[in-house]
Structure formats: structure tokens, C-alpha cells
Design a protein around this ligand. Structure first.
Ligand code: SER
Length: 580
């Protein structure tokens, strides 16, 4: 049986309910591009909202971390990974969490205790040391010298939100003799699991207060743990990757040994691209947000395929993507449903990239007409705008007998990397709920647009997704045709009329049944707890189950304008709109 099944079975046997993986693109959370941890979709519940599946949950969650795209190529970085997790929402706490972690590691996975070590939170000026966890680990038989008390064992996603001290578990991943004493700085000890005891919430002003519940949030990375269990030091040599890598090696007609970096990059980037484009959010390669990440991943995979000598005009990427789709589709249904969408995304981006490369070649020739050397800025420009890897520029330059300032290129590259890191940090800092004034306005405008579409197109129209940034709102809905200009204008007119009527926006709490009976609109009924909040606009212009936040009166919205209407996926249209 594989790790995911073992994990879920284990926690189901401890009375947990398995919850489905959330999409990689967070629903209604514009502050992050992708889900980066298993707990992210659960934040509202960790903050106290009751979860419809109860107080003991477990899952495997699709996660994407893109800060380190350029690190991929070594033995352990991945842009996409699966995270196993179990949660207690005010149910069990440290004793059960730690005992079950220990039981799963040593009994289910048969990891020898001698290869394990743990850390606990050593406390700070506000929060005391976690002596309770220390005592639990000791009772389970972990030796004193294998428990490290550390000040940075405190976990939070980003800057604000639910958080708490944690206890991490480490595995001795080396054939060297296992030392008696655990040294957290020795990289042969690798972290395999993290139990976070989420009992606090950190606010924007930096203060920390107690949560209504004492929660547990745990996370175990599938890729790393599988590699450990299979006793390989290179994650890409584990069964998760071996078939993908051997297909790449077969296509390239080259062995993995000696070509590891490019092969890992192709394997990793294509897998992540498959998962992004299979997501129901309908992400396509573009120059912004998730679409830009998707574009970068596909193009980098193509560049490395080229460098391996693969003829990129063949269907090499389709073959690899198909293997990945088949491998995962029993766990993630959208991979089956959107199978053809994924293949199409890859094929058409490849064509676009090829064109860009051709243009890049022309640009290269233009820039070097007089055989002048290439400075760092130009080399970076060729990379950034035309996707020219430095190696390609060097190769072309050497054919012409000119030099490339590689040092200067790297300086520009680093500066660019820092900038994009700062941008993604900025994105995260926006706050997980995305509650700025303008986002709140867009949130209310979303309800108005939903109501207008029902009037203009028909009552069968329902929301299929939404995404709000400080610059615009995006709304997906089912509809079998492209909206006509009249339909778009009617929707705009209606929304603006409601804005001009200065309608009050009111919120009340009721049971889920009562809310549905009252005709309130909602996207995923199964996701809501028994008691729900319903926002009503005006008398009955719009009524939706929603967590908010919303403005108090529609007059606060300004003027509503649709900027774009397009297909999102089959049977789903997408409107982008702004408030001015
Ligand atoms: N949230 C914690 C982590 O990502 C435990 O799941 O490590």
C-alpha cells in the first residue's frame, strides 16, 4: 500500500474524517497564488468556524511553493508536493497527536526508534516552554539526548493567523553511524513530520491572543517521506519519480546519471504544470500571477529538454504529461476531467515559446551585428524577454567569437530574483482573508454581479469560482454561451442601479437548512457548517451564504464596469470587472 493510503487509513481508524484536497489555486483567497501548506484551506476552521466534517480531519493536500523555482534541479527541491495532514479542531491535543505520530512512524511505517529524534518549543518571553510535549515524548521512550528544545519551533503561515509551538520529528537519513545525541544542525537528520499545536492567533499589530480552541495541525511531505522509506538519498530516485525520470531518459536517449539536473527540472516542472492547468480555476499560461508561474515552469522544462537534445517539436511533453496524469488521476479527479485541457495547455505554450525563441535569435543577431561582446544586462534581457538560457547565449556567442559577461548576467539575475521574492512576500503579507477596503467592496460587487446574471441570463446561473485582488474582481459562472454585448451592458446597468439605490447590506446567522429554504445562494453547500452566515442586499436583491466581509451599503462601491468576458472552461464563463 502506498504512503497516502496508509496515512489516511491510520487516521480514519482514529476516527478522523478524510476531507478532499482543496484546489491548488485557493478559492476566494487572493492573497496567495497557491496553497502552500495543508492547513491553508483550513484557516477559517482553525480560527473557530465549525467544520462541516467535524473536529477530526485528515487529508492529502496539493501544495505548490514557487519561491525556490530556481533551486529545483538538486535532490530535494520540488515546486509541487503533496502534504499529508491530520487536524484536531478543539478535539484532541498534544497527547494524542504525538502518540499517534509516534505510532504511525514506528508501527505503520516501521521506522526504527533509533533513527528518530524530535524537537519541541523552548518558549519565549510570552509563551512558556512546551514541557508537556517533552514529557509525552519521554514517556513514549524517546531519549533525552534525542529531544532538542528550540526557540524557533513556532509555526505560522505567513505573518498573521493561527499559530503555535510545534514539535518536529527527524529521521537519520544516512549510512553513517547514527549518533546518540541529536544535533538539529546536522543535515543528515531530516525533518519528516511537524505537529503544530495551534492555540494562538497572531494579529496584524503583532500581538498574539488565544484561539477559542486548542487545535492540532500536522504536516508530512509525501515526497521526502517516500524517499526515506525507500532508502534513497535523491528524492527523484524514489518510486514517485522513477517512472517519469526513466521516460525522460528514454525520450532523451541519455542516462539519468550525468543529466540529473535537467531531468529533475523537466520532471518537476511538468508535474506542477499538469496540476496547475488541471485545477478547476482554469489557469492558462500568461504574464501575471498563477499564469506566469505556469508559463515559467513550462518554458523552463522546454529549455532543459532542448539542452538534453530532445527534439521539442515531437510530442515528448505530451508523453510525460500523460504518464503523470495517469499516475495521479485516481487520487485527484480533476486530472481525469481536465486531461485534455492539460495536454492542450502544454502543446500551445510550446508553440508560443518556439516563436519567442525565434524572435530571440533575431534579437541576438541584431545585438551582435558588429560582433560586440554581450554585457550582463543584455544577456539577462535575452533570458528574461526571450527565454534564452545563459548557456544558449554563450554557445551562440562563441560561434561568433565574442564574449559574454556571465558575472554581470548573474548579478542581474539575482536582483530580479530578489524582486520577485519580495513581490511574492508582499502578496502573502496582504493577509490571508484579503480584507482590505477595496477587496471588501469587490466582495459585495461579486454578490451583485451574481444576482444581475441571474436576472439577465436566467436563474440556472450559479457561481463557479471567484477571485479578488485590489485591482479587480473575477467571477466564474456556468453559462453555455458567450455573453452578448446587450447581456453585458444589462448586467452592468443592473449592478450600477443597485449601487445608486444605496441598498443596505445585512448579515444574519441561521441554520444551513433555513438558509437554503430562504433561497440563499451558495457555491459548495457541503463545505458549510450547520450554522451559517447569510448576507442579504436590499430587500431581496441578493441573498448568499458567505463568510464576508462586506460593505454596509452598496453606495460605497462607486461605479461598476465589466472589463472582460471570456471562456473559463467548458460551460463556464468568466467575467472580470472593476470598481471605479
Ligand atoms: N502547517 C505545518 C507545516 O506546514 C504543519 O502542517 O509544516
Amino acid at each position: 500500500m502506498n504512503l497516502k493510503d496508509l496515512y489516511i487509513d491510520f487516521f480514519v481508524s482514529k476516527n478522523h474524517k478524510q476531507i478532499p484536497s482543496s484546489p491548488v489555486v485557493p478559492e476566494n483567497d487572493p492573497s496567495v497564488l497557491f496553497n502552500t501548506a495543508g492547513m491553508q484551506p483550513l484557516i477559517p476552521y482553525l480560527l473557530g468556524q465549525p467544520h462541516p466534517y467535524g473536529t477530526r480531519l485528515c487529508d492529502y493536500q496539493k501544495c505548490i511553493r514557487t519561491n525556490d523555482i530556481d533551486e529545483v534541479g538538486d535532490t530535494y527541491h520540488h515546486t509541487f508536493f503533496e502534504m499529508l495532514g491530520n487536524w484536531s479542531l478543539g478535539d484532541y491535543f498534544k497527547k494524542e497527536a504525538i502518540t499517534w505520530s509516534y505510532e504511525f512512524l514506528t508501527k505503520t511505517l516501521n521506522i526504527p526508534v533509533n533513527r528518530l529524534a524530535v524537537t519541541i518549543f523552548s518558549g519565549n518571553e510570552y509563551i512558556p516552554a512546551d514541557e508537556e510535549s517533552y514529557a509525552i515524548w519521554r514517556d513514549l521512550g524517546i531519549k533525552e539526548e534525542r529531544i532538542a528544545k528550540l526557540a524557533d519551533n513556532f509555526w505560522i503561515a505567513g505573518e498573521t493567523g493561527p499559530c503555535g509551538g510545534d514539535s518536529e520529528m527527524f529521521y537519520w537519513r544516512s549510512n553513517d553511524p547514527i549518533p546518540d545525541t541529536f544535533d538539529p544542525d546536522d543535515e543528515r537528520w531530516v525533518e519528516i513530520w511537524n505537529d503544530v499545536f495551534m492555540q494562538y492567533v497572531k494579529h496584524e499589530d503583532g500581538t498574539v491572543s488565544e484561539l477559542p480552541n486548542k487545535n492540532v495541525d500536522t504536516g508530512m511531505g509525501v515526497e521526502r517521506t517516500v524517499a526515506i522509506l525507500e532508502n534513497v538519498n535523491d528524492n527523484y530516485a524514489s518510486s514517485i519519480w522513477s517512472d517519469v525520470i526513466s521516460l525522460i531518459s528514454q525520450i532523451a536517449k541519455k542516462p539519468y546519471e550525468g543529466n540529473e539536473k535537467s531531468m529533475r527540472i523537466i520532471a518537476d516542472h511538468l508535474r506542477t504544470s499538469v496540476f496547475i492547468s488541471a485545477d478547476n480555476a482554469g489557469i492558462k499560461p500568461s504574464n501575471t500571477d498563477q499564469g506566469y508561474i505556469l508559463r515559467r515552469l513550462i518554458r523552463r522544462a522546454i529549455r532543459h529538454a532542448k539542452s538534453l537534445g530532445i527534439d521539442i517539436n515531437t510530442d515528448w511533453e505530451q508523453q510525460i504529461a500523460k504518464l503523470i496524469l495517469n499516475k495521479y488521476s485516481s487520487y485527484y479527479k480533476e486530472l481525469e476531467t481536465n486531461h485534455d485541457v492539460v495536454l492542450e495547455v502544454l502543446a500551445s505554450e510550446k508553440i508560443k515559446f518556439n516563436r519567442t525563441l525565434e524572435k530571440g535569435l533575431k534579437e541576438f543577431m541584431r545585438l551582435t551585428t558588429n560582433n560586440q561582446n554581450i554585457d550582463g544586462k543584455t544577456a539577462f534581457h535575452l533570458f528574461d524577454t526571450y527565454g534564452f538560457p545563459l548557456e544558449l547565449t554563450i554557445e551562440l556567442a562563441s560561434e561568433k567569437g565574442i564574449d559574454v559577461d556571465t558575472e554581470g548576467y548573474h548579478e542581474h539575475f539575482r536582483a530580479h530574483q530578489e524582486l520577485s521574492r519580495a513581490r511574492s512576500a508582499e502578496k502573502f503579507k496582504g493577509g490571508l482573508a484579503g480584507n482590505s477596503e477595496i477587496e471588501t467592496k469587490y466582495h459585495t460587487a461579486t454578490h451583485l454581479l451574481n444576482a444581475a446574471l441571474k436576472k439577465v441570463i436566467g436563474h440556472e446561473v450559479h457561481q463557479r469560482g471567484s477571485n479578488i485582488t485590489v485591482e479587480r474582481m473575477r467571477f466564474d459562472f456556468n453559462c453555455d454561451h458567450k455573453l452578448t454585448d446587450e447581456e453585458k451592458t444589462s448586467c452592468e446597468k443592473l449592478v450600477n442601479e443597485w449601487i445608486n439605490q444605496a441598498l443596505p447590506v445585512t448579515m444574519c446567522e441561521m441554520s444551513k437548512e433555513e438558509a437554503l429554504a430562504s433561497g440563499a445562494e451558495c457555491m459548495f453547500i457541503e463545505k458549510y457548517p450547520d450554522m451559517v452566515t447569510v448576507y442579504t442586499i436590499g430587500d431581496n436583491i441578493s441573498k448568499e451564504l458567505c463568510g464576508g466581509p462586506h460593505v454596509k451599503n452598496t453606495s460605497e462601491l462607486g461605479h461598476f464596469r465589466i472589463t472582460k468576458e471570456e471562456a473559463s472552461s467548458s460551460g463556464v464563463r468568466r467575467i472580470k470587472a472593476v470598481l471605479e
